[in-house]
Design a protein around this ligand. Structure first.
Ligand SMILES: Cc1cc2nc3c(=O)[nH]c(=O)nc-3n(C[C@H](O)[C@H](O)[C@H](O)COP(=O)(O)OP(=O)(O)OC[C@H]3O[C@@H](n4cnc5c(N)ncnc54)[C@H](O)[C@@H]3O)c2cc1C
Length: 385
């Protein structure tokens, strides 16, 4: 079948998070008849809870295990997605009720003491191995870059990293998908997939209705469908965060991405601080203990917070695949995966959507996405972080 024969597929996207909203928007824009269903509110999963950082440089240089089979491919994927954000923001601006809080002004990692300076050497070596630009600056340079931060021995600067306001993004993506013709159903949980003739042909909802489809896109985040085969089930890694309301100019100018806490200024004079890393925790309650720890770290990093109390605390579930890498493309005929965003699902939204757009019409995935097919050989029960 030629690609033009696919011009108006009926597609059900399950899950309206960073992945699902992005896929639905791009699929509807491409002329498909898209229905987006979510068991709760649209955009209120991990997308809403996240830090909104576009931290391709930091994540690849600091958080990535260089021995992972997909390390290099993942670093390339992060960078490829980062490169899309300028155009995405341009396209989404008209659908946003407020500022999207986007910049790529860089991220700074303060360094204190021998252990962190030694760690910085390892980070620089990893960044170099992956072709990522990072600079090390001294304490005086950090003071002029970020006068509000506690003094430090120095800092790493990731000049290409950035951020956006993830909650504003959720609203803008919803409006843009709707404007492109996407139908949306909230509080419509998918119970099971429907199959006929060896292909997925739709979904069954908890309320008893069935939705027929030529393709189903699974973007259910940390809670997949019970019937998925074990290698492609996601598990949650809970993260708790705090939010402050500060005076104009009191928040950091850049993303501050410390080794044990991050702080970001968001529109509306909000500063957010995060995040805990709690594997296999399924609830989204916040705990006093975690909040107190985050608060102490936030005050130590940004002394201007003084004894200011947070105005908000929340948590969300990062969707982690077995090998902690994204799951992109066809799982079985008619069923496309768009998941496994884990710590970077917001940053990765453009490449997740691009892979989905290719997969629904049986085209090859973009080169950078190809290593992340759900059929990859190394998708085993890795349990390391
Ligand atoms: C505290 C925290 C901080 C983070 N910070 C960052 C960051 O700074 N930068 C970054 O890039 N990433 C960050 N992340 C990760 C990022 O938020 C996630 O990877 C991303 O949001 C995952 O998107 P998703 O669409 O897969 O899942 P979600 O956004 O969780 O969306 C999944 C949706 O599927 C729905 N759903 C589930 N099951 C069903 C069903 N059976 N039927 C119907 N609907 C269903 C849910 O209701 C939900 O709305 C962070 C995450 C957390 C928790």
């Amino acid at each position: 079948m030629s690609v033009s024969n696919y011009s108006a597929l009926r597609i059900v996207v399950v899950g309206a998070g960073a992945a699902g909203l992005s896929c639905a928007w791009q699929l509807a824009r491409a002329g498909h008849a898209v229905t987006l269903v979510d068991r709760g509110e649209l955009g209120r999963g991990a997308l809403w809870a996240s830090g909104g950082m576009l931290a391709a440089g930091f994540e690849a240089s600091v958080e990535l295990d260089l021995h992972h089979d997909l390390a290099r491919a993942f670093s390339d994927l992060l960078q490829a997605s980062l490169d899309h954000w300028g155009d995405w923001i341009h396209a989404l601006q008209g659908y946003s009720a407020g500022p999207l809080g986007y910049n790529q002004d860089g991220a700074v990692t303060p360094l204190n003491g021998e252990a962190e300076l030694a760690r910085a050497d390892r980070v620089l070596a990893q960044a170099q191995a992956l072709g990522i630009t990072v600079e090390q600056i001294d304490g005086a340079a950090l003071r002029s870059l970020e006068p509000g931060l506690a003094s430090a021995d120095g800092a790493l600067v990731f000049p290409g990293d950035g951020q956006l306001d993830n909650r504003a993004l959720a609203q803008a993506l919803t409006s843009a998908a709707f404007a492109a013709g996407c139908r949306m159903e909230m509080r419509s949980g998918v119970k099971a997939l429907r199959r006929r003739g060896g292909a997925v042909t739709g979904v069954e909802l908890h309320d008893g209705r069935a939705l027929e489809a030529d393709r189903v896109v699974l973007a259910t985040g940390a809670q997949g469908l019970a019937e998925l085969p074990d290698p492609v089930t996601a598990r949650p890694v809970k993260g708790q965060m705090l939010g402050f309301e500060v005076e104009p100019g009191q928040g950091p100018r850049h993303v501050v991405r410390g080794f044990s806490i991050y702080l970001c200024s968001k529109p509306g004079h909000r500063v957010i601080a995060g995040a805990t890393v709690e594997p296999d925790v399924y609830d989204t309650e916040t705990t006093e203990d975690a909040q107190q720890r985050l608060l102490a770290l936030a005050r130590r990093t940004l002394p201007g917070l003084g004894d200011m109390a947070p105005v908000e605390h929340w948590s969300g579930l990062r969707p982690a695949s077995k090998d902690l890498m994204p799951l992109l493309g066809e799982l079985e005929p008619g069923l496309i995966m768009a998941g496994g965003g884990y710590r970077n699902g917001v940053l990765l939204a453009p490449v997740i959507a691009a892979a989905c757009l290719a997969a629904v019409t049986d085209r090859p995935l973009p080169d950078t996405a190809q290593p992340f097919t759900p059929h990859r050989a190394g998708l085993r029960a890795r349990r390391d972080h």
